[in-house]
Design a protein around this ligand. Structure first.
Ligand code: FUL
Length: 454
Protein backbone atom coordinates (compact mmCIF):
# COMPACT_ATOMS: atom_id res chain seq x y z
CA UNK A 1 0.00 0.00 0.00
CA UNK A 2 1.98 2.99 -1.19
CA UNK A 3 -0.81 5.49 -0.84
CA UNK A 4 -1.91 6.96 2.40
CA UNK A 5 -4.77 8.98 1.14
CA UNK A 6 -8.31 8.63 2.14
CA UNK A 7 -11.37 8.51 0.08
CA UNK A 8 -14.73 8.78 1.64
CA UNK A 9 -18.01 9.13 -0.09
CA UNK A 10 -21.10 10.08 1.68
CA UNK A 11 -24.54 9.82 0.28
CA UNK A 12 -26.77 12.25 2.02
CA UNK A 13 -30.43 11.48 2.08
CA UNK A 14 -32.35 14.45 3.24
CA UNK A 15 -35.58 13.82 5.04
CA UNK A 16 -38.18 15.93 3.41
CA UNK A 17 -40.05 17.27 6.42
CA UNK A 18 -38.16 20.55 6.61
CA UNK A 19 -37.14 20.83 3.00
CA UNK A 20 -39.23 22.35 0.32
CA UNK A 21 -39.24 21.95 -3.37
CA UNK A 22 -38.63 25.06 -5.41
CA UNK A 23 -37.13 23.34 -8.40
CA UNK A 24 -40.21 23.79 -10.58
CA UNK A 25 -39.31 27.47 -11.06
CA UNK A 26 -35.61 27.01 -11.57
CA UNK A 27 -33.86 27.17 -14.93
CA UNK A 28 -32.59 23.73 -15.85
CA UNK A 29 -30.03 22.37 -18.32
CA UNK A 30 -31.06 20.61 -21.52
CA UNK A 31 -30.34 16.89 -21.79
CA UNK A 32 -27.37 17.74 -24.06
CA UNK A 33 -26.01 20.23 -21.53
CA UNK A 34 -26.36 17.72 -18.71
CA UNK A 35 -24.32 15.19 -20.70
CA UNK A 36 -21.77 17.92 -21.42
CA UNK A 37 -21.35 18.69 -17.69
CA UNK A 38 -20.43 15.07 -17.10
CA UNK A 39 -17.52 15.28 -19.57
CA UNK A 40 -15.48 17.70 -17.41
CA UNK A 41 -12.12 17.46 -19.22
CA UNK A 42 -11.19 17.36 -22.90
CA UNK A 43 -8.44 18.31 -25.33
CA UNK A 44 -8.20 21.41 -27.49
CA UNK A 45 -5.89 21.10 -30.49
CA UNK A 46 -4.48 24.08 -32.33
CA UNK A 47 -2.92 22.97 -35.60
CA UNK A 48 -2.62 24.50 -39.07
CA UNK A 49 -0.30 26.68 -41.15
CA UNK A 50 0.70 28.58 -38.00
CA UNK A 51 2.32 25.39 -36.73
CA UNK A 52 4.83 25.79 -39.59
CA UNK A 53 5.29 29.58 -39.60
CA UNK A 54 5.66 30.06 -35.84
CA UNK A 55 2.80 32.58 -35.82
CA UNK A 56 -0.20 32.66 -33.50
CA UNK A 57 -2.42 34.54 -35.95
CA UNK A 58 -1.65 33.72 -39.60
CA UNK A 59 -1.95 36.43 -42.21
CA UNK A 60 -4.07 34.42 -44.62
CA UNK A 61 -1.45 34.74 -47.36
CA UNK A 62 0.50 31.61 -46.38
CA UNK A 63 1.32 29.17 -49.15
CA UNK A 64 -0.72 26.02 -48.38
CA UNK A 65 2.31 23.98 -49.47
CA UNK A 66 4.03 24.76 -46.16
CA UNK A 67 1.56 22.46 -44.42
CA UNK A 68 3.43 19.16 -44.40
CA UNK A 69 3.29 17.17 -41.14
CA UNK A 70 5.27 14.15 -42.32
CA UNK A 71 4.37 11.84 -39.43
CA UNK A 72 0.87 13.02 -38.69
CA UNK A 73 -0.88 10.46 -36.54
CA UNK A 74 -4.31 11.34 -35.18
CA UNK A 75 -4.44 7.99 -33.42
CA UNK A 76 -1.53 9.17 -31.29
CA UNK A 77 -3.50 12.32 -30.36
CA UNK A 78 -6.59 10.31 -29.45
CA UNK A 79 -4.61 7.68 -27.55
CA UNK A 80 -2.92 10.36 -25.44
CA UNK A 81 -6.21 12.16 -24.83
CA UNK A 82 -7.80 8.91 -23.71
CA UNK A 83 -4.91 8.02 -21.41
CA UNK A 84 -5.01 11.52 -19.97
CA UNK A 85 -8.64 10.93 -18.97
CA UNK A 86 -10.02 13.37 -21.52
CA UNK A 87 -13.45 12.71 -22.98
CA UNK A 88 -13.11 14.47 -26.35
CA UNK A 89 -10.93 16.41 -28.77
CA UNK A 90 -11.81 19.80 -30.28
CA UNK A 91 -9.68 20.60 -33.36
CA UNK A 92 -9.11 23.99 -35.00
CA UNK A 93 -10.38 23.03 -38.46
CA UNK A 94 -9.98 26.65 -39.61
CA UNK A 95 -8.22 29.40 -37.68
CA UNK A 96 -8.17 33.13 -38.51
CA UNK A 97 -5.77 32.53 -41.47
CA UNK A 98 -8.55 30.66 -43.30
CA UNK A 99 -6.58 27.46 -44.01
CA UNK A 100 -8.87 24.41 -43.77
CA UNK A 101 -7.74 21.10 -42.32
CA UNK A 102 -10.37 19.33 -44.39
CA UNK A 103 -10.61 19.49 -48.21
CA UNK A 104 -13.29 22.11 -48.67
CA UNK A 105 -15.14 22.41 -51.95
CA UNK A 106 -15.43 26.16 -51.35
CA UNK A 107 -11.79 27.24 -51.14
CA UNK A 108 -8.34 26.46 -52.50
CA UNK A 109 -6.78 27.40 -49.19
CA UNK A 110 -6.88 23.95 -47.65
CA UNK A 111 -5.16 20.59 -47.16
CA UNK A 112 -6.01 19.61 -50.76
CA UNK A 113 -3.45 22.17 -51.91
CA UNK A 114 -0.84 21.33 -49.31
CA UNK A 115 2.23 19.13 -49.67
CA UNK A 116 0.89 16.72 -47.08
CA UNK A 117 -0.07 13.40 -48.69
CA UNK A 118 0.15 15.15 -52.07
CA UNK A 119 -3.09 16.94 -51.31
CA UNK A 120 -5.02 13.72 -50.69
CA UNK A 121 -5.18 14.03 -46.90
CA UNK A 122 -8.01 15.09 -44.60
CA UNK A 123 -7.02 15.78 -40.98
CA UNK A 124 -10.59 16.01 -39.76
CA UNK A 125 -11.43 12.63 -41.28
CA UNK A 126 -8.40 10.98 -39.70
CA UNK A 127 -9.24 12.53 -36.36
CA UNK A 128 -12.90 11.52 -36.51
CA UNK A 129 -11.84 7.91 -37.15
CA UNK A 130 -9.28 8.00 -34.35
CA UNK A 131 -11.79 9.44 -31.86
CA UNK A 132 -14.25 6.72 -32.79
CA UNK A 133 -11.60 4.05 -32.30
CA UNK A 134 -10.68 5.37 -28.84
CA UNK A 135 -14.25 6.06 -27.75
CA UNK A 136 -13.93 9.81 -27.31
CA UNK A 137 -16.06 12.58 -28.76
CA UNK A 138 -15.16 15.03 -31.52
CA UNK A 139 -15.71 18.76 -31.74
CA UNK A 140 -14.32 21.55 -33.89
CA UNK A 141 -13.22 25.15 -33.56
CA UNK A 142 -13.97 27.17 -36.66
CA UNK A 143 -13.02 30.80 -36.95
CA UNK A 144 -15.62 33.01 -38.61
CA UNK A 145 -12.86 35.59 -39.06
CA UNK A 146 -11.07 34.59 -42.26
CA UNK A 147 -8.03 36.59 -43.40
CA UNK A 148 -7.65 34.59 -46.59
CA UNK A 149 -11.07 34.97 -48.13
CA UNK A 150 -11.15 38.09 -50.36
CA UNK A 151 -14.89 38.64 -49.86
CA UNK A 152 -14.62 38.70 -46.08
CA UNK A 153 -15.86 42.10 -44.93
CA UNK A 154 -16.51 43.18 -48.53
CA UNK A 155 -19.68 41.27 -49.24
CA UNK A 156 -21.27 40.23 -45.97
CA UNK A 157 -23.93 38.04 -47.49
CA UNK A 158 -21.59 36.18 -49.84
CA UNK A 159 -19.13 35.52 -47.03
CA UNK A 160 -21.89 34.29 -44.71
CA UNK A 161 -23.04 31.88 -47.42
CA UNK A 162 -19.45 30.67 -47.82
CA UNK A 163 -19.02 30.16 -44.09
CA UNK A 164 -22.39 28.45 -43.81
CA UNK A 165 -21.45 26.07 -46.65
CA UNK A 166 -18.26 25.18 -44.81
CA UNK A 167 -20.25 24.52 -41.65
CA UNK A 168 -22.49 22.21 -43.65
CA UNK A 169 -19.47 20.29 -44.96
CA UNK A 170 -18.03 19.60 -41.55
CA UNK A 171 -21.38 18.93 -39.90
CA UNK A 172 -22.38 16.30 -42.46
CA UNK A 173 -19.20 14.42 -43.38
CA UNK A 174 -17.52 13.54 -40.10
CA UNK A 175 -20.07 11.87 -37.84
CA UNK A 176 -21.45 13.22 -34.57
CA UNK A 177 -19.99 16.52 -33.36
CA UNK A 178 -20.43 17.22 -29.65
CA UNK A 179 -19.31 20.87 -29.62
CA UNK A 180 -18.97 23.66 -32.17
CA UNK A 181 -16.50 26.22 -30.84
CA UNK A 182 -16.84 29.78 -32.08
CA UNK A 183 -14.63 32.52 -30.91
CA UNK A 184 -16.08 35.91 -31.47
CA UNK A 185 -12.92 37.31 -33.06
CA UNK A 186 -13.71 39.75 -35.79
CA UNK A 187 -10.19 40.98 -36.15
CA UNK A 188 -11.12 43.87 -38.34
CA UNK A 189 -13.65 45.27 -35.92
CA UNK A 190 -11.39 48.30 -35.58
CA UNK A 191 -11.30 48.71 -39.35
CA UNK A 192 -14.87 49.46 -40.49
CA UNK A 193 -14.04 48.88 -44.13
CA UNK A 194 -13.24 45.27 -43.41
CA UNK A 195 -15.88 44.64 -40.78
CA UNK A 196 -17.96 41.54 -41.45
CA UNK A 197 -21.48 41.24 -40.03
CA UNK A 198 -21.97 37.55 -39.26
CA UNK A 199 -25.34 35.94 -39.83
CA UNK A 200 -25.56 34.06 -36.54
CA UNK A 201 -29.19 33.20 -37.13
CA UNK A 202 -28.27 31.32 -40.31
CA UNK A 203 -25.32 29.52 -38.71
CA UNK A 204 -27.48 28.57 -35.76
CA UNK A 205 -30.19 27.09 -37.98
CA UNK A 206 -27.58 25.06 -39.85
CA UNK A 207 -26.05 23.60 -36.69
CA UNK A 208 -29.40 22.82 -35.03
CA UNK A 209 -30.84 21.18 -38.13
CA UNK A 210 -27.79 19.09 -39.04
CA UNK A 211 -26.53 18.16 -35.56
CA UNK A 212 -29.25 18.76 -32.99
CA UNK A 213 -27.16 17.23 -30.21
CA UNK A 214 -24.15 19.48 -30.79
CA UNK A 215 -23.55 22.25 -28.27
CA UNK A 216 -22.32 25.65 -29.38
CA UNK A 217 -19.61 27.43 -27.40
CA UNK A 218 -18.84 31.13 -27.28
CA UNK A 219 -20.23 33.43 -29.92
CA UNK A 220 -23.53 33.14 -31.74
CA UNK A 221 -26.48 31.43 -30.09
CA UNK A 222 -24.20 29.52 -27.78
CA UNK A 223 -25.17 26.91 -25.21
CA UNK A 224 -21.91 27.25 -23.30
CA UNK A 225 -20.20 30.45 -22.22
CA UNK A 226 -16.54 31.44 -22.13
CA UNK A 227 -15.11 31.58 -18.62
CA UNK A 228 -13.82 35.12 -19.19
CA UNK A 229 -10.05 34.51 -19.32
CA UNK A 230 -7.50 32.24 -20.96
CA UNK A 231 -5.51 31.51 -17.81
CA UNK A 232 -7.47 28.44 -16.74
CA UNK A 233 -9.16 29.98 -13.72
CA UNK A 234 -12.89 29.85 -13.11
CA UNK A 235 -14.60 32.14 -10.65
CA UNK A 236 -15.18 30.80 -7.12
CA UNK A 237 -18.77 31.96 -7.40
CA UNK A 238 -19.98 30.39 -10.58
CA UNK A 239 -23.63 30.14 -11.59
CA UNK A 240 -24.56 28.01 -14.59
CA UNK A 241 -27.40 30.41 -15.24
CA UNK A 242 -27.35 33.70 -17.13
CA UNK A 243 -29.73 36.39 -18.27
CA UNK A 244 -30.75 35.63 -21.88
CA UNK A 245 -30.89 39.37 -22.64
CA UNK A 246 -27.16 39.57 -21.85
CA UNK A 247 -26.22 36.88 -24.39
CA UNK A 248 -25.42 38.91 -27.47
CA UNK A 249 -24.43 36.66 -30.43
CA UNK A 250 -21.90 39.21 -31.73
CA UNK A 251 -20.36 40.60 -28.53
CA UNK A 252 -18.84 39.04 -25.46
CA UNK A 253 -20.89 39.68 -22.34
CA UNK A 254 -19.07 41.76 -19.69
CA UNK A 255 -16.17 39.75 -18.23
CA UNK A 256 -17.39 39.78 -14.59
CA UNK A 257 -20.71 38.31 -15.72
CA UNK A 258 -19.00 35.68 -17.87
CA UNK A 259 -16.98 34.70 -14.84
CA UNK A 260 -19.69 34.53 -12.19
CA UNK A 261 -22.78 33.81 -14.28
CA UNK A 262 -26.08 35.27 -13.07
CA UNK A 263 -27.99 33.80 -10.16
CA UNK A 264 -31.61 32.90 -11.01
CA UNK A 265 -31.02 33.77 -14.69
CA UNK A 266 -33.49 32.45 -17.24
CA UNK A 267 -30.84 30.81 -19.45
CA UNK A 268 -28.77 27.72 -18.60
CA UNK A 269 -25.36 28.92 -19.86
CA UNK A 270 -22.56 27.09 -18.05
CA UNK A 271 -18.91 28.06 -18.37
CA UNK A 272 -16.06 26.24 -20.11
CA UNK A 273 -12.45 27.02 -19.14
CA UNK A 274 -9.98 27.10 -22.05
CA UNK A 275 -6.25 27.36 -21.52
CA UNK A 276 -3.10 26.17 -23.28
CA UNK A 277 -0.52 23.82 -21.78
CA UNK A 278 2.11 26.17 -23.27
CA UNK A 279 2.30 29.97 -23.52
CA UNK A 280 0.99 29.87 -27.13
CA UNK A 281 -2.01 28.10 -28.64
CA UNK A 282 0.01 26.90 -31.66
CA UNK A 283 3.25 24.92 -31.63
CA UNK A 284 6.50 26.85 -31.32
CA UNK A 285 9.71 24.80 -30.91
CA UNK A 286 11.11 27.31 -28.42
CA UNK A 287 8.19 26.54 -26.11
CA UNK A 288 9.15 22.87 -25.71
CA UNK A 289 10.74 23.90 -22.43
CA UNK A 290 7.77 26.02 -21.37
CA UNK A 291 5.15 23.29 -20.96
CA UNK A 292 3.24 23.82 -17.72
CA UNK A 293 4.41 21.74 -14.78
CA UNK A 294 2.26 19.13 -13.07
CA UNK A 295 1.79 21.55 -10.15
CA UNK A 296 0.56 24.27 -12.51
CA UNK A 297 -1.73 21.83 -14.29
CA UNK A 298 -3.15 20.49 -11.05
CA UNK A 299 -3.89 24.05 -9.94
CA UNK A 300 -5.69 24.70 -13.25
CA UNK A 301 -7.66 21.48 -12.84
CA UNK A 302 -8.73 22.37 -9.31
CA UNK A 303 -9.66 25.91 -10.36
CA UNK A 304 -11.71 24.83 -13.37
CA UNK A 305 -13.16 21.34 -12.91
CA UNK A 306 -13.27 22.01 -9.17
CA UNK A 307 -15.20 25.23 -9.74
CA UNK A 308 -18.15 24.02 -11.76
CA UNK A 309 -16.69 24.33 -15.27
CA UNK A 310 -15.39 21.94 -17.90
CA UNK A 311 -11.69 22.18 -18.73
CA UNK A 312 -10.62 22.44 -22.37
CA UNK A 313 -6.85 22.06 -22.22
CA UNK A 314 -4.97 22.98 -25.40
CA UNK A 315 -2.17 20.73 -26.65
CA UNK A 316 -0.49 22.16 -29.78
CA UNK A 317 0.42 19.61 -32.44
CA UNK A 318 4.04 19.89 -33.57
CA UNK A 319 5.49 20.06 -37.08
CA UNK A 320 5.73 16.30 -37.31
CA UNK A 321 1.97 16.12 -36.76
CA UNK A 322 2.28 14.69 -33.26
CA UNK A 323 1.67 15.59 -29.66
CA UNK A 324 5.16 16.51 -28.50
CA UNK A 325 6.75 14.33 -25.82
CA UNK A 326 7.00 17.24 -23.38
CA UNK A 327 3.23 17.78 -23.43
CA UNK A 328 2.44 14.10 -23.29
CA UNK A 329 4.63 13.63 -20.21
CA UNK A 330 2.97 16.56 -18.44
CA UNK A 331 -0.50 15.17 -19.24
CA UNK A 332 0.38 11.75 -17.83
CA UNK A 333 1.89 13.30 -14.70
CA UNK A 334 -1.33 15.21 -14.13
CA UNK A 335 -3.42 12.06 -14.67
CA UNK A 336 -1.31 10.13 -12.16
CA UNK A 337 -1.59 12.96 -9.63
CA UNK A 338 -5.37 13.18 -9.98
CA UNK A 339 -5.88 9.43 -9.89
CA UNK A 340 -3.83 9.14 -6.74
CA UNK A 341 -6.05 11.71 -5.03
CA UNK A 342 -9.42 10.90 -6.52
CA UNK A 343 -9.14 7.13 -6.72
CA UNK A 344 -12.62 5.76 -6.40
CA UNK A 345 -12.27 2.10 -5.56
CA UNK A 346 -12.06 2.63 -1.84
CA UNK A 347 -15.49 3.96 -1.16
CA UNK A 348 -16.56 3.83 2.40
CA UNK A 349 -20.29 4.27 2.72
CA UNK A 350 -21.07 6.43 5.64
CA UNK A 351 -24.05 6.88 7.84
CA UNK A 352 -26.86 9.17 6.82
CA UNK A 353 -26.56 12.83 7.50
CA UNK A 354 -28.77 14.35 10.11
CA UNK A 355 -30.74 17.34 8.93
CA UNK A 356 -30.55 20.06 11.50
CA UNK A 357 -31.30 23.59 10.51
CA UNK A 358 -29.67 23.16 7.07
CA UNK A 359 -26.67 21.48 8.60
CA UNK A 360 -25.58 17.90 8.17
CA UNK A 361 -23.30 16.12 10.56
CA UNK A 362 -21.53 13.20 9.00
CA UNK A 363 -19.59 10.60 10.96
CA UNK A 364 -16.38 9.35 9.39
CA UNK A 365 -16.31 5.82 10.87
CA UNK A 366 -13.30 6.44 13.02
CA UNK A 367 -10.83 9.27 12.64
CA UNK A 368 -9.89 10.13 9.06
CA UNK A 369 -7.45 12.62 7.56
CA UNK A 370 -8.47 14.78 4.60
CA UNK A 371 -7.67 18.10 2.91
CA UNK A 372 -10.22 18.42 0.11
CA UNK A 373 -13.99 18.42 0.18
CA UNK A 374 -16.09 17.93 -2.94
CA UNK A 375 -19.77 18.76 -3.20
CA UNK A 376 -22.05 17.98 -6.10
CA UNK A 377 -25.40 19.56 -6.68
CA UNK A 378 -28.22 17.85 -8.53
CA UNK A 379 -28.19 20.36 -11.39
CA UNK A 380 -30.83 18.44 -13.33
CA UNK A 381 -33.17 20.31 -10.96
CA UNK A 382 -31.33 23.63 -11.40
CA UNK A 383 -28.63 25.33 -9.35
CA UNK A 384 -29.51 26.79 -5.95
CA UNK A 385 -26.73 26.47 -3.38
CA UNK A 386 -25.28 29.92 -2.75
CA UNK A 387 -23.41 29.58 0.51
CA UNK A 388 -22.02 26.77 2.65
CA UNK A 389 -19.33 26.00 5.14
CA UNK A 390 -17.60 22.92 6.48
CA UNK A 391 -16.46 22.31 10.03
CA UNK A 392 -14.69 19.39 11.68
CA UNK A 393 -14.97 18.04 15.22
CA UNK A 394 -11.52 18.62 16.71
CA UNK A 395 -10.65 18.68 20.41
CA UNK A 396 -14.31 18.40 21.38
CA UNK A 397 -15.47 21.38 19.39
CA UNK A 398 -16.50 22.38 15.88
CA UNK A 399 -13.66 24.06 13.99
CA UNK A 400 -14.33 25.96 10.77
CA UNK A 401 -12.30 24.51 7.89
CA UNK A 402 -13.62 26.40 4.91
CA UNK A 403 -16.47 28.36 3.35
CA UNK A 404 -17.66 28.78 -0.20
CA UNK A 405 -20.54 30.16 -2.24
CA UNK A 406 -21.86 28.20 -5.23
CA UNK A 407 -21.59 24.47 -5.90
CA UNK A 408 -23.16 23.55 -9.26
CA UNK A 409 -22.10 20.35 -11.02
CA UNK A 410 -19.03 20.02 -8.81
CA UNK A 411 -17.14 22.18 -6.32
CA UNK A 412 -13.87 21.33 -4.63
CA UNK A 413 -12.57 23.24 -1.68
CA UNK A 414 -9.05 22.82 -0.34
CA UNK A 415 -9.04 22.58 3.44
CA UNK A 416 -6.31 22.59 6.02
CA UNK A 417 -5.19 18.98 6.47
CA UNK A 418 -7.45 17.71 9.26
CA UNK A 419 -7.95 14.49 11.19
CA UNK A 420 -11.40 14.17 12.64
CA UNK A 421 -14.18 11.67 13.43
CA UNK A 422 -16.96 13.82 11.94
CA UNK A 423 -17.68 16.87 9.82
CA UNK A 424 -20.58 19.30 9.64
CA UNK A 425 -21.73 20.95 6.42
CA UNK A 426 -24.06 23.92 6.79
CA UNK A 427 -25.95 25.74 4.06
CA UNK A 428 -26.97 29.38 4.03
CA UNK A 429 -30.44 28.56 2.75
CA UNK A 430 -32.69 25.53 2.85
CA UNK A 431 -32.10 23.17 -0.04
CA UNK A 432 -34.75 21.71 -2.27
CA UNK A 433 -35.19 18.05 -1.59
CA UNK A 434 -32.41 15.87 -3.09
CA UNK A 435 -30.53 18.97 -4.31
CA UNK A 436 -27.21 17.84 -2.85
CA UNK A 437 -26.03 14.78 -4.75
CA UNK A 438 -23.02 13.80 -2.73
CA UNK A 439 -20.15 14.91 -0.57
CA UNK A 440 -16.66 13.50 -0.83
CA UNK A 441 -13.55 13.95 1.23
CA UNK A 442 -10.06 13.31 -0.10
CA UNK A 443 -6.48 13.54 1.01
CA UNK A 444 -4.31 14.92 -1.79
CA UNK A 445 -1.60 12.52 -2.88
CA UNK A 446 1.30 14.94 -3.32
CA UNK A 447 2.17 18.33 -1.95
CA UNK A 448 1.66 21.21 -4.36
CA UNK A 449 2.96 24.57 -3.17
CA UNK A 450 0.63 26.29 -5.64
CA UNK A 451 -2.40 24.79 -3.89
CA UNK A 452 -1.31 24.11 -0.33
CA UNK A 453 -2.78 26.41 2.25
CA UNK A 454 -0.28 27.78 4.73
C1 FUL B 1 -8.91 33.22 -29.55
C2 FUL B 1 -8.03 33.17 -30.79
O1 FUL B 1 -7.78 34.48 -31.28
C3 FUL B 1 -6.74 32.50 -30.38
O2 FUL B 1 -5.81 32.43 -31.43
C4 FUL B 1 -7.09 31.10 -29.88
O3 FUL B 1 -7.61 30.33 -30.95
C5 FUL B 1 -8.11 31.18 -28.75
C6 FUL B 1 -8.57 29.83 -28.27
O4 FUL B 1 -9.24 31.91 -29.16
O5 FUL B 1 -10.02 33.96 -29.75
Amino acid sequence: MNRTFLFIIISLFFSTHFLFSQSANLTKPSAQQLRWHEMQYYMFIHFGVNSFTNLEWGEGAENPKIFNPQNLDCRQWARIAKKAGMKAIILTVKHHDGFCLWPSAYTEHDVANSSWKNGKGDVLKELSEACKEYGIKLGFYISPWDRNNPIYGKDDQAYNTYFNNQLKEILTQYGPIFEVWFDGANGDRENPEKYQAYNWTLFNETIRSLQPDALVFGAGYADIRWVGNERGVASETNWCTFDSKQRNPSEDAPIPLLQAGIKNGDLWWPAETDVSIRPGWFYHPEEDTKVKSVNQLEKIYFESVGRNTNLLLNIPIDREGLVNAADSIALMQLRARLDATFIDNKLEKLSKGTPDNNAFVVGLKGKKTFDVISLKENISQGQTIDGWKVEAWVNKQWVLLGEATTVGYQRWLILPKTTSPKIRISFKNPLPSRQLLDVNLYLRASPNPLLDKK
